[in-house]
Design a protein around this ligand. Structure first.
Ligand SMILES: C[S@@+](CC[C@H](N)C(=O)[O-])C[C@H]1O[C@@H](n2cnc3c(N)ncnc32)[C@H](O)[C@@H]1O
Length: 338
């Protein structure tokens, strides 16, 4: 295959980002037009794909060729397209690892990202989602999409805590629970897990649904409200903070860790799932870019280093903060209430 040619004198490092938004949008368009779903039953030409997916031949041909250039489809010498192992696993809607809802969410963020020049100038988001008025609606449509990405990590946390060996009740406080993925994975590992899920009212509806779908109602109770304001139950065996510090920002996170400390028994565990950034704050790239996502969408949100979060944990009265070695795209930190 011929390599991309460049404008004379234009650096590849910049030119590769011209139309940099296009791959996400093309993949999402293919998901929405069932192109990957259609190919799940076998290779198809553009004509066959168009008739199977009800999309235009011109549209399908162009999108499928671009997807082949992105290595998300194969194209044979006779013009037939087929799935790659990656697109077969992650882009077919019937597969358990389907990432379509995540991609759709990224597309939904675009109108806010379009305002980024102003956001960088002012340091203020156009429409922050870190409050119930806008955040409830925003997250209720999104948290379910996070379930499959966090579930393997949540199961690994259960193994680390030896949840399946429990002989008596073990109370779990799942803060900013979203889909409830963290506490659901633990509740599935032992009937002794007794979980309280806290989130904004609109989102708790989703948590309830996810719990009900898995037949775990007897193990769960729910608190609707803002995690900074509602009273937490006391004497908990475990507090979970799944992907919430980044939208709260440094000061509110420090306050939240102190409040979480007050909810735990001595010797009990706090677990934090987060996108950690390395010390110079430039890698991994996903974390550095996620920091800008927080700039665009929240008032104080950011990504943090392990040292920053460890410092807040020690300040709040926790000991022994460490990163668990477990599957998942983000990091899992655990610490113990002294
Ligand atoms: C990125 S999602 C993470 C959900 C889940 N913990 C996970 O790891 O998949 C953030 C969640 O925090 C909730 N949230 C954000 N700020 C909150 C606040 N101040 N009070 C209550 N819930 C909040 C959102 O509604 C959303 O469910």
């Amino acid at each position: 295959m011929e390599a991309d040619k460049n404008l004379p004198g234009a650096p590849d490092s910049i030119m590769q980002y011209s139309l940099g938004y296009a791959p996400l949008l093309i993949i999402n368009a293919a998901v929405e037009n069932s192109i990957f779903d259609s190919l799940d039953s076998g290779p198809k030409t553009a004509e066959e794909l168009a008739s199977d997916s009800n999309a235009s031949l011109r549209g399908v041909r162009s999108a499928a060729n671009a997807l082949a250039s992105l290595s998300l489809l194969n194209k044979d010498d006779f013009g037939a397209f087929s799935l790659t192992p990656e697109s077969s696993k992650y882009l077919v809607s019937s597969k358990p690892d389907f990432l379509g809802p995540m991609l759709r969410h990224s597309v939904q963020l675009l109108p806010q990202w379009m305002k980024i020049a102003d956001v960088v100038r002012t340091g203020l988001p156009a429409s922050p989602v870190n409050n119930e008025a806008t955040g409830g609606e925003f997250f209720k449509d999104f948290v379910e999409a996070l379930f499959p990405t966090n579930y393997p990590t949540a199961k690994a946390l259960g193994e680390y805590l030896e949840i399946s060996d429990l002989l008596k009740d073990f109370s779990v406080l799942d803060l900013a629970a979203g889909s409830g993925v963290w506490s659901i994975a633990l509740a599935q590992q032992s009937p002794h897990v007794v979980a309280t899920a806290v989130d904004w009212k609109d989102v708790v509806e989703v948590t309830r649904k996810m719990v009900r779908q898995r037949g775990l109602e007897k193990q769960f109770s729910f608190i609707e409200g803002d995690i900074q304001q509602v009273d937490f139950p006391k004497e908990q065996d475990l507090v979970l903070l799944g992907h919430i510090l980044h939208s709260e920002g440094a000061e509110r996170s420090r306050a939240l860790l102190k409040k979480a400390h007050g909810a735990l028994k001595p010797g009990a565990t706090l677990a934090i799932a987060e996108w950690l950034v390395d010390e110079p704050r430039v890698s991994p790239r996903r974390a550095a870019i996620f920091s800008v996502n927080m700039l665009v969408n929240t008032e104080h949100g950011d990504v943090f280093t392990f040292n920053e979060i460890s410092g807040w944990l020690l300040e709040a009265g926790f000991v022994d903060p460490k990163i668990l070695d477990c599957p998942g795209a983000s990091n899992l930190i655990v610490a113990v209430r002294a």
